[in-house]
Design a protein around this ligand. Structure first.
Ligand SMILES: O=C(O)C(=O)C[C@H](O)C(=O)CO
Ligand SMILES: [Zn+2]
Length: 271
């Protein structure tokens, strides 16, 4: 199943109801046992999805919006295990992924199958060839940020980026909040040259993230549950706090792969 989302201009946001805002930017229901569910966003043509194999392995389909012979004919794929240990098999080679481990699947791979997990998927168009690579948290250089005083102690694990796993344009990592911390990405930023998607996981079912989005001086909030994702166009801040600690996958596609290429927003400029 694939859902197509069109791009949104920032001047459309002030008039939006909560329902319209959620329909545009929040991806719910990505995980249904026995299915692969995808959202094709026209923001930098990022595809996100959830693969929930249940008892039977699932094969990545090639949905019609791609108009390709197979999913990775012109694309690259990042996979993060967001559940129990599982295996992703790429053209017959199995890669065992523990929770929070990552696999980059190369353009040109004809078959990708999933068992165990579930797995979160992010794909962007690719114009070059880079090998399929698996990485664990120990392979990603951890960056410790924040402090208890700000309720934002967290570790950023960068997997696919300019100095890590090589890709054509995909940039991807996992941020893990320490127990007792709730805030991510504050002070926040935008990326004029990229689209970013935050996918929240490891959050108990009865807890929520309050995700802030919109232009810095015209923010809105989305109340986000476990295993849901928020699409941030280049003009949108992306940050939030939750009712307890959690983890999230951040992934970007666009003009460049420099993690540091962002416009910082001093909190005094936010409204
Ligand atoms: O907690 C954070 O801060 C982040 O994880 C920020 C993301 O990595 C990000 O937004 C990258 O552009
Ligand atoms: Zn960002």
């Amino acid at each position: 199943m694939v859902e197509v989302r069109h791009a949104t201009a920032p001047d459309q946001v002030p008039g939006m109801t909560t329902d319209r805002l959620r329909a545009r930017f929040l991806a719910e229901g990505l995980f249904t046992s026995g299915e692969i569910r995808l959202v094709y966003s026209h923001e930098d043509r990022i595809v996100i999805g959830g693969a929930s194999p249940g008892d039977t392995p699932l094969e990545l389909p090639c949905p019609d919006p791609l108009r390709a012979g197979y999913f990775l004919e012109r694309r690259e794929l990042g996979v993060v295990n967001v559940g129990a240990p599982g295996t992703v098999t790429v053209d017959g080679t199995p890669y065992d992924l523990a929770p929070k481990e990552c696999l980059y699947a190369a353009r040109g791979s004809r078959s990708v199958t999933f068992s165990g997990g579930p797995f979160y998927l992010v794909s962007t168009p690719a114009h070059g060839d880079h090998p399929t690579v698996k990485a664990g948290l120990e392979d990603a250089e951890p960056v410790h940020l924040g402090a208890q005083e700000g309720s934002n102690e967290r570790t950023i694990y960068k997997y696919i980026h300019a100095k890590g796993i090589q890709s054509s344009q995909l940039v991807l990592g996992v941020t893990v909040l320490a127990s007792g911390s709730m805030w991510n990405t504050m002070p926040c930023h935008t990326h004029e040259r990229r689209t970013e998607v935050y996918f929240y996981f490891d959050l108990p079912e009865d807890q929520r993230v309050v995700h802030l989005m919109g232009e810095p001086d015209e923010t809105r909030n989305l109340i986000v549950a476990n295993n849901q994702a928020v699409i941030s166009p280049c003009w949108s801040v992306h940050c939030g706090f939750a009712t307890r600690n959690y983890s999230f996958v951040w992934a970007m596609g666009g003009e460049n792969q420099a993690y540091e290429d962002m416009e910082q927003v001093p909190i005094g400029q936010m409204r």
